[in-house]
Design a protein around this ligand. Sequence first.
Ligand code: GDP
Length: 365
Amino acid sequence: MLKAGIVGLPNVGKSTLFNAITKAEALAANYPFATIDPNVGVVYVQDERLDVLESIYKPKKVVPTAYEFIDIAGLVKGASKGEGLGNQFLSHIREVDAICQVVRCFEDENITHVEGNIDPIRDIETIKLELNLADLEVVDKRISRLDKKAKAKLKDAILEHEILTKIKETLDQNISPRTLEFPEEELKIIKSFNLLSLKPMIYIANVAEEDLADPSSNKHYQNILKFATQENTDVVLISAQVEMEIASLNPEEQIEFLEGYGLEKSGLNEVIDKSYELLGLKTYFTAGEPEVRAWTFKNGMKAPACAGIIHSDFERGFIKAETLSYSDLLIYKTPQKAKEAGKVRLEGKEYVVKDGDIMLFRFNV
Ligand code: GDP
């Protein structure tokens, strides 16, 4: 399951947002996700195509795909040097696929900010510095280990050394290595370093409830937008307190409530959608009488690998995949009519699965 870590300085609204997530989770309790860890919240990914599939296949059960949020508390200035929860905190970030950084954009003199005033760009820079410093330590260690091998002219070691040196140069100047561009084969090597500063990131601008309908009046939010555009990072506008309220409503009430703010979806769902985009994730479906279900896969994955998401046996024994596009199903209304029209294709091992494909895998056991 996909994991996103919620990070941010103290008193920016992380717990409030996380509580909204676990509240949403409690309401989704009829879905088969159970969490034991109090720092982990699982939410299901809303997808209106599932409603359409439900009306067509009339299954006993509908299972959306899920998304895991981890509350990573304890980031303070100096974390990379062991302040606060220090290294423990940083090691938790290493395990996530994406970082959701909550940035405080609400003024409230009763809730102190660690730095005394509200300044989201300073906060973003503080966190960037901590992540960069933690990575610098990793990079320095790796470079010194590679020094000998690189001198011995081992080809792989030389390349790795070169890449690390490039990254080190940016980290030394406290520039995010995300700004660097690398060819495909180097990206693979970089991935193995698992650097914090290279994790996909989204900023979550937490504004006061009053600003949600008209965020143009919130200068902090405007500052983040400007900053994030230069950095090519996505920003999601939320009010953590409002998310708490939304999480306690049923789906129909939620729509009505959001309309009151002129919003189409909750901040939480916006975060999920943006993360999907950022991570290049797509959805395919399995559909039948017992169950209609959504599955998350990575853009570019082929049919056997997608089958393997359900069960490794499906991948190992993969023969073919009966495939119907969601758009074709909409045109022909029922799977039978789509089949009669020749729209149910038999795809083989090389087929690159598309978003919205409805798949039935044939495999040898
Ligand atoms: P954390 O330390 O980042 O986890 O922050 P919390 O979620 O505990 O929030 C710190 C305080 O700010 C709590 O008292 C929250 O109720 C409050 N808070 C969170 N979001 C908002 C907001 O949008 N407006 C206001 N006024 N207070 C908020």
